[in-house]
Design a protein around this ligand. Structure first.
Ligand code: DGT
Ligand code: MG
Length: 602
């Protein structure tokens, strides 16, 4: 909660002015019943005789001099006065709503901006831990809760207490017995509020958790819609969604059941108080002269009772909102407080003959146990060299290259880029040196050029075309009706697997990186296209250090060196011909691919 107020700081002026404006509206509302009393008692009941009302005689005296006045004069005068006060109150009310909305929405905007930039700076392991669904809920629904609370808080901060205290004061000054009725009603309500809210508040954080779950399921199924359809698992996934949805409903229902008690009980208490006031007032009118009881004051008392009870309802609303906002702000706080595990260093520039070097590197994924994914990795890659990595699936190839741009940090040993430990690099500078083509191509909705330009913001048309040519993508792009300006659907859904891979490669080469990492990025290409791609990469990117993961011997054969990974470590590392002689693992892979008539593969 402290954090919310911290975020309200830049809008202190609005946050202060808003409750002050609300005071104007409340004062106006509190005045109205008093004026009404004069109209009823003096204008209607006493035919314009204002002597019984101090307020009536003072106002009439100032406006028209000494009486007598006609009943119409009193009614019209006080009627107009009420109208003016209503207008003034309305003006204050609107201004308060405006300033409160402005302050709370600006706060929401700032909070969303900070949460977003924090989410973007989180390391991959942290994002995985929060889960995407939960992060989305936190950024949207939770922030909305906080914004709603702030707005309500600013508006109710003075409204509820002022109505309460002001109404009680007005009642007591009009007639002590009215005030006593109210004081009897209050403890009943206090007990009920305590019981209901005490049980409802803890449920709010559960509600948000269940909402996370629903969001996660929806997100998974919408992104994986194709798989769901392919496996005709709509029913199973539907069931999973129904479960999460029903769970959310149950918890929400529990809260609402508790809340449902509140409104009727408050209404019953309010009506009982009104009946008591009418009864006491009526009795005093008939039997106890000299108490100053009039029809008008009974009417005014009823209005005040309603106002006081309304103020209590407002408080319950605020308390509900507080409890929700507390649960939500805690969740937002968790995001804002999670310091990125991967912290940027400050080295911006470095050059060395050894482009990438891994020394005694060991790695396991955070919070996993058992055998490490990588161990005892020693590898030096020279500037301009092409190093291929081959190995069985799950042997740790992707994990190894992930350490170079610091998607993860090595657990043991050290990774160097251009002679400097990656941990000492400015993250942006480090990642600018490297272009990474992920194993699973990720494209974004936008045009072909937009997607390639992600690699280099200020790339010219020529550079983009050149990159596409290098990546062997120009041919199919020019086949699109709008060429480079053709629109690509979300996640590249409108492209084939091989087209996506070549688009990703074009995006990587456009910036002419110092180090190019291709993680199984040609797996969907036919051998002829792959060969052309390799040749063009070789001629266009002579100075670039290329690290290329592949499954096929044909893809790695021409590399300067080939590292063979097995069980999380590098078994052998040498050119193809030498490996054929020295490495049993490599020969096994070779035979499995080239044997059985697989010669055609080459
Ligand atoms: P591939 O792409 O199928 O040819 O296999 P590799 O060689 O790229 O394998 P890799 O590095 O993705 O996975 C090595 C091991 O690490 C494997 O047992 C799965 C595990 N692993 C991979 N990614 C993650 C992750 O994000 N979190 C955890 N906890 N484990 C992971
Ligand atoms: Mg992999």
């Amino acid at each position: 909660m402290k954090r919310i107020f911290h975020y309200l700081k830049p809008y202190t002026f609005l946050a202060i002015i808003s409750p002050l404006l609300m005071m104007g509206e409340v004062i106006a509302d509190l005045c109205l019943p008093r004026l009404m009393t004069v109209i009823v008692d003096c204008g209607i009941a006493a035919n314009g005789d204002v002597s019984s009302s101090k307020l009536g005689s003072t106002v009439m005296n100032i406006l028209y001099g000494a009486g007598p006045y006609t009943s119409m004069q009193v009614i019209v005068t006080f009627g107009v006065l009420m109208l003016v006060i209503v207008l003034i109150g309305g003006f204050f009310g609107v201004s308060c709503a405006y300033t409160a909305a402005r302050a709370s929405q600006s706060l929401g905007n700032d909070l969303r901006r900070d949460a977003y930039s924090r989410v973007m700076s989180l390391s991959i392991e942290q994002t995985d831990k929060f889960t995407t669904g939960s992060l989305v809920t936190r950024m949207t629904n939770d922030i909305t809760m906080v914004v709603d609370f702030t707005e309500m808080f600013l508006r109710m901060l003075v409204r509820a207490p002022m109505f309460f205290v002001g109404g009680l004061f007005m009642l007591l000054t009009m007639n002590v017995s009215f005030g006593i009725v109210m004081l009897c009603a209050l403890p009943v309500m206090a007990i009920m509020l305590f019981c209901v809210l005490g049980r409802a508040i803890p449920l709010y954080s559960t509600v948000q958790k269940k909402l996370d779950r629903v969001n996660s399921v929806v997100q998974e199924n919408v992104t994986g819609a194709r798989v769901v359809k392919a496996y005709v698992s709509e029913e199973h996934e539907g069931k999973r969604f129904d479960e999460a949805n029903a769970d959310l409903m149950d918890t929400n229902f529990k809260v609402q059941k508790l809340m449902a008690v509140m409104h009727p009980v408050l209404t019953v208490v309010m009506n009982a108080a009104i009946i008591a006031i009418i009864y006491i007032g009526g009795w005093q009118l008939d039997n106890a002269f000299g108490t100053g009881m009039t029809t008008g004051s009974i009417m005014a008392a009823i209005t005040y009772v309603t106002q006081i009870l309304m103020s209590i309802m407002m408080v319950t609303m605020v308390l509900q909102s507080v409890s929700r906002a507390m649960a939500s702000s805690k969740r937002i706080g968790e995001v804002l407080d999670s310091a990125p595990v991967i912290v940027s260093g400050d080295v911006k520039e470095s050059k060395d003959d050894i482009a990438v070097s891994l020394k005694n590197v060991g790695f396991r994924y955070p919070e996993t146990h058992g055998r490490p994914v990588l161990h005892d990795i020693n590898l030096d890659i020279k500037r301009g060299e092409t190093l291929a990595i081959i190995g069985a699936t799950g042997s740790g190839k992707t994990s190894l290259v992930n350490l170079i741009p610091r998607f993860y940090d090595a657990v043991e040993g050290e990774v160097f880029v251009d002679g400097v430990p990656v941990k000492e690099y400015d993250l942006e500078a480090l990642r600018h040196k490297i272009s990474f083509v992920l194993q699973k191509s990720e494209l974004f909705s936008g045009t072909v050029s937009d997607n390639i330009r992600m690699g280099k913001d200020d790339a010219t048309e020529e550079e983009i075309q050149m990159a596409a040519r290098t990546a062997q993508a120009e041919h199919f792009i020019s086949g699109f009706s709008d060429g480079f300006e053709s629109y690509i659907a979300e996640k590249g859904a409108s492209l084939s697997g091989g087209q996506k891979q070549r688009m990703s490669i074009a995006r990587a080469v456009v910036r002419k990186p110092e180090i190019l990492i291709l993680d199984d990025s040609t797996s969907a290409l036919d051998l002829a296209t792959e060969a052309k791609l390799r040749a063009s990469l070789e001629s266009e990117m002579k100075d670039t250090t290329v690290i290329m993961i592949a499954q096929r011997i044909a893809s790695v054969k021409n590399a300067d060196r080939i590292a063979v990974i097995e069980d999380g470590t590098i078994r052998d590392c040498a050119p193809h011909d030498i490996l054929m002689e020295t490495s049993a693992t490599y020969r096994d892979i070779y035979n499995s691919q080239m044997g059985n008539g697989g010669q055609a593969n080459e």
